[in-house]
Design a protein around this ligand. Structure first.
Ligand SMILES: CC(C)(COP(=O)(O)OP(=O)(O)OC[C@H]1O[C@@H](n2cnc3c(N)ncnc32)[C@H](O)[C@@H]1OP(=O)(O)O)[C@@H](O)C(=O)NCCC(=O)NCCS
Length: 151
């Protein structure tokens, strides 16, 4: 697990494509598209967000971002390569991001996910987050679940 560099940008964009193309069943294409930045778009995301990557044998297999706003940490853009799932990669990435938030004295970390993503819900509950609410038809008509963790 380590922070990414500008050299990682093409590999990260390729990873998001492997995860979101084609869009999973029922997921609006606009949502999937918003998770597939071009290298230029991702470079601008990097200006406000600290990203961490997981690698295996030199290959990038997972990524997560931590955005700090008004003192709280927000996890964004979490994705793990379909071939590397259920091996603790997301767990390790989120833990690194939480440690980073603690180091920055954030009192809490929060995140959100499409309500239909039961796997994301299981992951965040497994990591000690609690469900903090539901925004109805919030992103392209989809409900969004909020999760929070007090540090
Ligand atoms: C959600 C995602 C990041 C999980 O990554 P992962 O590396 O497979 O997750 P982990 O191996 O760390 O799983 C940790 C825990 O989460 C839960 N979990 C993960 N995958 C699960 C699944 N398919 N079904 C049920 N629970 C699951 C389990 O509690 C698991 O612990 P366990 O394996 O000991 O039972 C990955 O599936 C992914 O990239 N999905 C597509 C993108 C996405 O949904 N991003 C999140 C949007 S917020």
């Amino acid at each position: 697990m380590e922070r990414i560099t500008h050299q990682d940008v093409p590999a990260i964009c390729a990873l998001y494509k492997r995860v979101w193309e084609p869009a999973p069943d029922g997921v609006p294409t606009e949502f999937a598209k918003s998770w597939m930045p071009t290298p230029l778009e991702f470079t601008s995301w990097m200006e406000g967000i600290t990203y961490f990557a997981a690698r295996r044998d030199g290959r990038l297999i997972g990524v997560v971002g931590l955005e700090t706003r008004r003192g709280a940490g927000r996890l964004v853009h979490l994705a793990v390569d379909p071939d590397s799932r259920r091996q603790g990669v997301a767990t390790a990435l989120v833990k690194v991001a939480i440690d980073w938030a603690k180091h920055a004295n954030a009192p809490a970390v929060w995140t959100d996910a499409l309500a239909r993503f039961s796997v994301a819900r299981s992951l965040f509950l497994h990591l000690g987050f609690t469900e903090a609410g539901l925004l109805h038809r919030h992103e392209w008509g989809e409900d969004i679940r909020l999760f929070e963790l007090q540090l």
